[in-house]
Structures are given as C-alpha cells and as structure tokens.
Design a protein around this ligand. Structure first.
Ligand code: 4NP
Length: 156
C-alpha cells in the first residue's frame, strides 16, 4: 500500500494542483500517492488555472491532467497526510474531522519550513501572474523538506 498524501486549498485550481505536482515529482511513485482537493465546490471537474499550468510548465512539470474535486470526509480515512495551504483551509478541513486521528493528519504546508508559525500560502487567484511564481517557490521549498521527511520516515 502506498503512503497517501493530499494537498488542499480553496478552489483546487491554483495552489493545491501545484503542490500535488511538485511533491509527486520528488517522491518515488511505487511508494507514494499524491492527490489534491478543494474545500469549495466551484471547480469540480475543472483543469487547473492556466496560470498554474504555465508556472508548472516553466519549471518542467505537467499538471494538465489534473481535475478539480472537493474535499470530503472520506479523505480522512483514505489519506495518511493532509497538507492545507492556509489557515482558512485548516479551519474548514478540521471542521469536518470526526476524531483526533483525523485532526492529527492535517497540517499547514508552510509549517514544514517555519515550524509553528502558521504562515499562509497566499491565494494567487485574484492577483498578478507573478504571484504564481512566488507560490511555486514556497511550495517547492516546503515540498523538498516534506519529501525528504516522508522518504526517511517510510524507509524500512
Ligand atoms: P486556490 O485559488 O484555492 O489556490 O485554487 C482559488 C481559486 C478559485 C477560487 C478561489 C480560490 N474561487 O473562488 O473560484
């Protein structure tokens, strides 16, 4: 059984598709499965935002095959780790948790770089295109740390 990691944002078209693509690129596919979801329902079935696709492409990643979906309670059982992009996602996901085991799976992604600081990945949806570059850089740095830890924690 692979270790399963879920990336969560609001729309599942800007930040979490990038986080999914970046983390998946740093982990061996045989052992790890990475997915993403949004807390909102507006973009179910949609491709990632064009600006996320372009930013991923500039960095050698293809995220065009991803399709938006909404986070659901069953994800707490399916996934081993749930990384949320901001404090609002954190509240929305924790609100759906039914026990401490579920809650303990949820962490803010940038706490991997800045432990306990609860820093948000800013939502680039309404902003300038260069917002996507800075989001990419922070997600890449976080995913580098997360991938190393996952690989070391799940080596036998
Ligand atoms: P994301 O950005 O949470 O990074 O995917 C958003 C995309 C769409 C919307 C909000 C945030 N929206 O309201 O449609």
């Amino acid at each position: 059984m692979p270790v399963k990691i879920l990336m969560v944002c609001l729309g599942n078209i800007c930040r979490s598709p990038l986080a999914e693509g970046i983390l998946a690129s740093k982990l061996p596919k045989e052992k790890f499965f990475v997915d993403s979801a949004g807390t909102g329902s507006w973009h179910i079935g949609h491709s990632p935002d064009k600006r996320s696709i372009a930013t991923a492409q500039k960095n050698g990643l293809n995220i065009t095959n991803q399709k938006g979906r909404q986070f659901s309670r069953t994800d707490f059982d399916t996934f081993d780790y749930i990384f949320v992009m901001d404090n609002s996602n954190y509240r929305d996901v924790i609100h759906l948790a039914q026990n401490e085991t579920h809650k303990n799976k949820v962490q803010l992604i940038l706490n991997s770089i800045f432990p306990d600081e609860n820093v948000d990945v800013p939502d680039p949806y309404y902003g300038a295109t260069n917002g996507f570059d800075s989001v990419y850089q922070m997600l890449d740095e976080a995913c580098e740390i997360i991938a190393k830890k996952l690989i070391s924690d799940h080596s036998e």
